[in-house]
Design a protein around this ligand. Structure first.
Ligand code: FES
Length: 107
């Protein structure tokens, strides 16, 4: 299992576990993480799974493809340089310890 850290907009940290091959969004939803809505279930049509990925993980991820970049235009909270859609992040052992900050809102 891969250990994940979610930091809420008010600074609360929650640890969760994810299976390799699953998406970060799926791990967050399974763990009941507040702040990941994931309305489209990972179909890349909602942008309500927005997260800010902390370094060094942000730089180690494959860059977003054109579809993800397009949907990142529709995040409710302001986008940052490390904004990603968590349904597009596939968990691998190299991401053990991945830490993401949750935006204040997904709507
Ligand atoms: S869950 Fe809808 S875009 Fe990620």
């Amino acid at each position: 299992m891969i250990t994940l850290h979610f930091i809420s907009a008010d600074g609360r940290a929650t640890e969760a576990q994810g299976k390799p091959g699953k998406s970060l969004m799926e791990a967050a939803v399974s763990a009941g993480i507040d702040g990941i809505a994931a309305d489209c279930g990972g179909l890349l049509t909602c942008a309500t799974c927005h997260v800010h990925v902390r370094e060094p993980y942000a730089s180690s991820l494959p860059p977003p493809d054109g579809e993800e970049l397009g949907m990142l235009e529709f995040t409710a909270a302001p986008r940052s340089a490390t904004s990603r859609l968590s349904c597009q992040i596939t968990l691998t052992p190299a991401l053990d310890g991945l830490t993401v900050e949750l935006p204040a809102t997904q709507y």
